[in-house]
Design a protein around this ligand. Sequence first.
Ligand code: PGA
Length: 251
Amino acid sequence: MRKWIVAGNWKMHNTIAESIALAKAIKEGASDFKGGAIVLAPPFTTLFNVGEVIKGSNVFLAAQNMFYEDKGAFTGEISPGMLKDTGCSYAIIGHSERRKYFHEQDHDVNLKVRKALIAGLTPIMCVGETDEERVKGITQDVVGRQVKQGLSGVEEIDKVVIAYEPVWAIGTGKVATSAQAQEVHAFIRGILKDIYGNKADDVRILYGGSVTKDNVAELIAMEDIDGALVGGASLKADGFLGIIKEICVKK
Ligand code: PGA
């Protein structure tokens, strides 16, 4: 049985005061939602504060990115050890905005996933095709490559979470249909089966891209969708709690 995960990616939003207030509201509202994991990924500058708010609760802390070295002359970067020091237990890796604006390649994603595992952080590895790639009919080529290269050399697949986020659905309000999402999720699980055998059945695969409390029910009813990675709708406690409630009830 795979346990659901709902992760909120706050991206570059929220001051310290705003982050504390939002984390408090989510922690209070989510205390009854059992059986899965609720994860918040605030900006680096408020990780520690949010970590203090959610300590000892059923809400966990994630970074939106990390570097793959422990320390050294890497101006502007943050190591996995530093993230753990703030209270993080998860790290989002290879988000499409990192790939697009900061030119992260599958090779970087792979180094980060492997390093996160060594450091004891659960990587949430993001994959997904662009609009152009879907129209060209190469969704499976792209997602297949991202999954295989991102996981190259990774043995502890049971400690990895994958997020399928079609780039055309992120922040656009154009959510994938449940059938479109399920098709890719099943395809990803098939790749994991080829590499890892039965262990693939335990890997959580989240859907991300314009998830709201109004469209999540249909998505989460799909067999291979184990939770959601939520951007915009995670910035308001009500909307985010509504998503968690649907998933907690249905999974
Ligand atoms: P969105 O973002 O929910 O605003 O589409 C999802 C994500 O980027 O993780």
